[in-house]
Write a protein that binds this ligand. Structure first.
Ligand code: FMN
Length: 168
């Protein structure tokens, strides 16, 4: 099977990570995949913050989930996707960038999972500036990234009945 298709069909969310940091060369590729994702009217309204400072990672986890929780699964790297305020394609552009990054992670042997708490909490918007999110941007997606610890999950069995063919 074509290797790209094979990769698309086998990606899974990973929620257990090794402590080892992700190699910069891999992160650069993942970020290239993000900034080259399709986006509405090619406005490229996004910013990507790569958070690797262990104390900031703990602070952010505590902020969104409370002390002692591991909402980001102790991943060594978090990529915060933020979008300029009032961009009409906020959700769509985020999803395209996040999907490209998840697939790039998988292709490079890394695990990732979309963590959703921040973007549902606009009270955090300005607070996130101290985590490297630019002023005037809103976090719309967070990707936890790291080397999978343990066996990679097997391909998912998708729900049935979600495809309709209309043919003459
Ligand atoms: C918009 C969105 C939000 C998600 N939020 C979370 C989350 O907060 N925490 C989490 O563990 N997984 C989260 N996920 C991952 C989904 O649970 C996962 O993609 C789904 O169960 C299918 O599993 P798979 O990715 O392994 O194929 C999210 C995925 C998407 C697309």
């Amino acid at each position: 099977m074509n290797t790209i298709i094979q990769s698309l069909l086998s990606r899974r969310s990973v929620r257990k990570f090794k402590t080892e940091q992700v190699k910069d060369e891999d992160l650069h590729l993942i970020l290239q995949a993000a900034i080259l994702a399709p986006n509405g009217r090619n406005l490229e309204p996004w910013h990507f913050t790569v958070l690797q400072d262990p104390s900031k990672l703990i602070q952010l986890d505590e902020l969104v989930a409370g002390a002692g929780n591991a909402f980001f699964y102790h991943a060594p790297t978090l990529i915060l996707v933020s979008i300029e305020l009032d961009n009409p394609y906020e959700k769509e552009d985020t999803a395209c960038a996040m999907t490209n990054m998840m697939q790039a992670c998988h292709a490079l042997g890394l695990g990732s999972v979309w963590c959703n708490r921040i973007n549902n909490n606009h009270a955090l918007d300005t607070t996130l500036e101290r985590f490297g999110v630019p002023k005037g941007y809103r976090v719309t997606g967070t990707l936890a990234v790291g080397y999978p610890d343990g066996t990679y999950p097997p391909p998912r069995k998708p729900k049935e009945g979600t495809i309709t063919w209309v043919r003459p």
